[in-house]
Design a protein around this ligand. Structure first.
Ligand code: PAF
Length: 283
């Protein structure tokens, strides 16, 4: 902790010497296994911050029983090389013992009701674990901005809400999802997919595309089109398909019109993937 603070202080001194009067710090929190989606966050971080800090930490608190904490891809050398190619970056890659010297924190942060829906329903306690680590990272790094990818839409919502609820002095920047040419959202977990599963995983973005096209005709058309797009893929089990009001993250009712967010989670083989898209709901 002291070391990363020292690195940031030195980088700020350096920036001041170059004439930057009030150097800003942009933090990109990651769990490593960096892909182009993460690198898009780093690119944006360079636009909003004079100093870029990337944290790499597979946070045990956000993994439930039987989830992939042990097998989650850890590729630190490749991550450092990839970051090196993007420009000067302060990398903060603490161990679990450094982050949680007394084991699980006694202090808890609850993501509230929204934290129990969708991802939170399948992954009990997941968002509480995310909020604890994000809070700790914000306190350690004290950035001006913190960047998240839109792919983790519910994470973006609960983190933004925590920042507002707790008056944390940071700006949350959200960066668009980066996709493969066939539409699959980039995710570190895509590396779990075998060849057939990789082809089948295209269903998630196909569901969102179908939802987007049908949204203008209303919620029933949207759901019917999205469900139809999810059919006929034996390797894919749809876990949820939900349409929420982006302001509350609660499911929209039949009378809702305007900007809505469609979220999908599916198991492709044994891999659980998520995706989401904003649509205009008419009807
Ligand atoms: O999105 C992630 O990779 C993680 O949830 C985060 C924000 C780095 C917290 O561990």
């Amino acid at each position: 902790m002291a070391e990363v603070r020292e690195q940031i202080a030195l980088a700020k001194d350096d920036a001041r010497l170059r004439g930057v009067t009030n150097p800003t710090v942009a933090l990109v929190p990651t769990m490593g296994a960096l892909h182009d989606g993460h690198l898009a966050l780093v690119t944006r971080a360079r636009e909003v911050g004079d100093i870029v800090v990337v944290s790499i930490f597979v946070n045990p608190l956000q993994f439930g029983e039987g989830e992939d904490l042990e097998t989650y891809p850890r590729t630190l050398d490749a991550d450092l090389a990839a970051l090196d190619r993007t420009g000067p970056t302060i990398v903060f890659a603490p161990t679990a013992a450094e982050m949680y010297p007394e084991g699980r924190t006694q202090t808890k942060i609850s993501a509230g009701h929204v934290g129990t829906l969708l991802e939170g329903r399948s992954r009990a306690g997941h968002f509480d674990g995310v909020l604890i680590v994000v809070n700790k990272l914000l306190n350690i790094v004290q950035p001006t901005s913190v960047l998240f990818g839109q792919k983790d839409g519910q994470q973006v919502f609960v983190v933004s809400r925590m920042v507002r609820d707790l008056n944390i002095p940071v700006t949350v920047e959200v960066v668009d999802t980066v996709r493969e040419t066939d539409g699959l959202a980039l995710s570190s977990r895509n590396t779990y997919l075998d060849e057939r599963e990789r082809v089948a995983a295209r269903v998630l973005s196909a569901v969102l595309e179908a939802a987007e096209s049908a949204a203008v005709s209303g919620i029933d058309s949207l759901i019917a089109a999205a469900q139809a797009a999810s059919m006929g893929q034996p390797l894919v089990t749809l876990e949820y398909l939900s349409v929420v009001n982006p302001a509350t993250f609660l499911p929209v009712d039949d009378n809702f019109h305007g900007r809505a967010q469609v979220l999908v989670a599916a198991r492709v083989g044994t891999t659980r993937l998520i995706d989401n898209e904003f649509v205009y709901l008419g009807g």
